[in-house]
Write a protein that binds this ligand. Structure first.
Ligand code: CP3
Length: 349
């Protein structure tokens, strides 16, 4: 990569450079804490209708960029677009979350398509083209997908669960069927990410929200290896494609993740110790994170202190400022403004 010529600070960090003022974006930066999002959301019949309305999805993607001037825009969509495009019925229950037709046993896997139906995702690709057109030059455009393990937890349980028990049990009881499901998700996700690049994103993030719940052997089989294969497949089509991994809750397994997975940067959740991250992780790969979303919600001293500690820890290497998970809907706008100001003035005092 000809790093000095890259005009986007976040892409420079993904190329291994350190920026004096770290690029900044927030997971779930487009969402219910924004009044302009709620206004569009109210007019839509459902959350998924909004995701598959290219014009509105593009508009929502741009909302936080206009308001806060973040360094990255992340496509407004949802990781469950992939199960939808594999033929699984997906819906979102107001105030509760996703509901899918649960895959309760190996026979149920036969209801899925063997390959992703790109025509079902046409509005997503259209939204990408629209955002690309309107995005300021210096802003990095991020696409994304869910990691196979995290997708499988929703597909098997049919909803979010506190402990991902249904998928964990399924994987032990029916390892061959589970491996087949993961392989279908690897192919679908790689193909989806390639289309996102072709449509205009600069980089992608692979969200593995439930990476932290598995024992070491299963972590290797169901988290690490599938992501390795996705990255190989994507880069076979898009050489050098910049990719951020976010194995939430991986803890000390982060080391094994980085041994195996050729991500350009790794997202850290808010539980990751700053000194460990600085000395063990950032030495090896650019890092992204890891403010506790609750510190952002709380604001004031707690926010300032947490922001300063993160800036101080990662100042000497390649670093992208972000949360350790998504913005919570109750988060006051003024706290986000305060965060942006503090990160950009680069103060640790
Ligand atoms: O980060 C962004 O701003 C981009 C858009 C984005 C959404 N979801 C929008 C969304 C992204 C990248 C996601 C990823 C996603 N979706 C993940 C992985 C990251 C994570 O948060 O752990 C997961 C597990 C999902 C599945 C999902 N989507 C759940 C469990 C829920 C319900 C809980 C909730 O927060 O409402 C969603 C809904 C969802 N996805 C909303 C948004 C803005 C809220 C929908 C609404 O407006 O009612």
């Amino acid at each position: 990569m000809t790093a000095p010529l890259v005009r986007k600070p976040l892409l420079r960090v993904l190329g291994g450079q350190r920026e004096t003022i770290p690029p900044l974006w927030l997971m779930r930066q487009a969402g219910r804490y924004l009044p302009e999002y709620r206004a569009l959301r109210e007019k839509a019949a459902s959350f998924l209708d909004l995701c598959f309305d290219a014009k509105r999805a593009a508009e929502i993607t741009l909302q936080p960029i206009r308001r806060f001037g973040f360094d990255a825009a992340i496509l407004f969509s949802d990781i469950l677009a992939v199960p939808h495009a594999l033929g699984q019925y997906v819906t979102f229950v107001e105030g509760e979350g996703p509901r899918l037709e649960a895959l309760t046993d190996p026979a149920a896997l036969r209801t899925l398509r063997a390959e992703i139906d790109h025509s079902a995702l046409a509005p997503v690709y259209d939204a990408i083209v629209r955002v690309r057109r309107d995005l300021p030059q210096a802003v990095t455009f991020l696409g994304f997908c869910g990691a196979p393990w995290t997708l499988a937890t929703y597909m098997i349980a049919g909803q979010g669960t506190p402990d991902q028990l249904p998928a964990r049990l399924f994987a032990y009881r029916y390892p061959d069927a589970f491996a087949k499901l993961i392989e279908t998700l690897v192919d679908a996700s790689a193909s989806y990410l390639v289309r996102q690049f072709v449509s205009g994103v600069d980089a992608v993030q692979i969200f593995d929200t439930w990476a932290g719940i598995l024992p070491a052997r299963e972590f290797e089989m169901w988290c690490i290896q599938p992501i390795v294969r996705i990255i190989e497949k994507v880069r076979a089509e898009i050489p050098g494609a910049p990719i951020i991994g976010f194995p939430r809750g991986a803890g000390t397994e982060l080391m094994r993740y980085l041994d195996a997975v050729a991500v350009d940067a790794v997202g850290l959740d808010w539980t990751v110790d700053l000194e460990f991250a600085r000395s063990m992780i950032q030495k090896r790969r650019p890092v992204q994170g890891n403010l506790d979303p609750l510190a952002l919600l709380a604001g004031g001293e707690a926010l300032d202190r947490s922001v300063d500690a993160i800036l101080a820890a990662f100042a000497q290497g390649p670093f992208i400022f972000n949360l350790g998970h998504g913005v919570l809907p109750e988060t006051p706008i003024s706290h986000v403004e305060r965060l942006v100001e503090r990160v950009r003035r680069g103060s640790t005092g």
